[in-house]
Design a protein around this ligand. Structure first.
Ligand code: PLP
Length: 455
């Protein structure tokens, strides 16, 4: 029904009448009306009134190759005609699924060559919880069943994924954190570093993991999970030295290291995976989003040899989803990986576009009194908005400064995300220098307007 696209008021009314939105205050939405995105091409989307908007969030941290790729539509169409569905249960699979697994093994870090497929990041992480407990049982260590995550970590919305994560508001919604799940503080130097240098703070923050492992008893701890850079928690990139120390501690205590690549995977930091950027070797690596650039739902978990051997040879694996390894999603994901490779999007991000993006944002952050810190790496960034950056005074949680800034930017044609009082950017990898200039102009103008309103 293409004519619907012009009928924004009617669409909003229908949306209000029928939808329950994820991560949304329904009362506020009822008053404001949904932003209805009707079309996309490259780094831009168009709303239902025809306004062109630069998508500074790549959808939901996922549209790495940009919108409007006919090639993926063609791949999906021919796979649907050939075989729209078959499953991986029992002793079956499909050519499209096998081909994607082989392709993934070529790009994932060494030693991660076996994959379990699911449909979302949450399902991938939920699967990890079940499969890791099963793994330790097969190893004769059934008491190893505790998981450690981080405050402000985000690993999804299922019961287990919320428990792995460290989002207080999410944990307050339904069940509290399930038993067996524990957390350590986030490695945010700007907030928690005090007088320590970034390197000193890195050691201190990593040591918090060892303290927690010892407190719980290493013989009881199954795994530690962390994002290379904490994304939904506000783009918290750890200080230099943090990741090697985390890896050392996990190895020392035989605690599995799970690096959640759902946002950082598929080129976001200028390497195929965030763990390569930080030079760590995960035992387990969940991935989603950029795996298909969001064109279809799909996720995968890569396991190292030790764990995959146990999962494959340790008896019947009573776990899986109808759509695990869905052939259409697999075909589209493989074509997406082909595009990332063919267009050199990973080296382009590393060598050209991310350095330009960071230079331009740094200039804004240095000059603007509202910005206390620019953080992130690659094409993942956050600007921390401060009430008074000189005295390092944060806005109160009740002051919606980032939300106001976001709404101003949207009016001016840029989507970014507000996390607490930070503005977060995660544009498609295909963004051009010219588009980055546009992003910067709107960002600076929106910061000016917000500073005036809060002045
Ligand atoms: N893990 C990370 C690091 C994420 O950022 C997200 C979603 O943003 C998830 C897991 C959950 O993925 P999904 O929303 O596909 O369930």
């Amino acid at each position: 029904m293409p004519d619907l696209q012009t009928r924004t008021a009617e669409l909003r009314q229908l949306d209000d009448q029928y939808n329950i939105h994820p991560f949304c205050d329904g009362k506020e939405l009822h008053e404001r009306g949904a932003t209805i995105i009707a079309k996309g091409s490259g780094s831009y989307v168009w709303d239902s009134d025809g306004n062109r908007i630069l998508d500074g969030m790549a959808g939901l941290w996922c549209v790495n190759i940009g919108y409007g790729r006919d090639e993926l539509a063609d791949v999906a169409s021919s796979q649907m005609r050939e075989l729209p569905f078959y499953n991986m249960f029992f002793q079956s699979t499909t050519p499209a699924q096998i081909s994607l697994a082989k392709r993934l093994a070529e790009i994932t870090p060494e030693g991660l060559n076996h994959f379990f497929f699911a449909n979302s990041g949450s399902e991938a992480n939920d699967s990890i919880v079940r499969l890791v407990v099963h793994f330790w049982k097969t190893e004769g260590q059934p008491e190893k069943r505790l998981f450690i995550g981080r405050n402000l970590g985000y690993h999804g919305s299922t019961l287990a994924a919320v428990s792995l994560g460290g989002m207080k508001a999410m944990q307050a919604l339904g069940h509290e954190v399930l038993p067996d799940f524990h957390h350590i503080p986030e490695p945010h130097h700007y907030v928690r570093g005090g007088d320590l240098s970034p390197e000193e703070f890195a050691k201190k923050a990593a040591a918090e993991l060892e303290t927690k492992i010892v407190e719980l008893g290493a013989k009881n701890v199954a795994a530690f999970i962390a994002e290379p850079i904490q994304g939904a928690g506000g783009v918290i990139d750890p200080p230099p030295g943090y990741w090697p120390e985390i890896q050392r501690i996990c190895r020392k205590h035989d605690v599995l290291l799970v690096v959640d690549e759902v946002i950082c995977g598929f080129g976001r930091l200028g390497e195929w995976f965030g763990s390569q950027y930080y030079d760590v070797t995960p035992d387990i690596m969940p991935m989603a989003k950029g795996l298909s650039s969001g064109y279809l739902p799909i996720s995968a978990v890569a396991f190292n040899e030790r764990i995959s051997e146990a999962l494959r040879m340790g008896g019947t694996l009573t776990h899986g989803f109808t759509y695990s390894g869905h052939p259409v999603s697999c075909a589209v994901a493989e074509a997406n990986i082909d595009i990332i490779e063919r267009e050199n999007l990973v080296p382009r991000t590393r060598e050209e576009i991310a350095p330009y993006f960071r230079k331009v944002l740094q200039q804004i952050a240095d000059a603007h009194p509202l910005v206390g810190e620019l953080r992130g790496q690659g094409l993942l960034a956050a600007m921390q908005l401060m009430k008074d950056r000189d005295s390092k005074t944060f806005f109160e949680p009740s002051e919606p400064v980032a939300i106001d800034c976001r709404e101003t930017a949207l009016q001016k044609g840029l989507i970014f995300r507000a996390v607490g009082s930070a503005m977060v950017l995660c544009p498609p990898l295909v963004i051009t220098r010219q588009e980055i200039d546009e992003l910067a102009d709107i960002t600076a103008a929106s910061l000016d307007a917000t500073a005036k309103a809060y002045g």
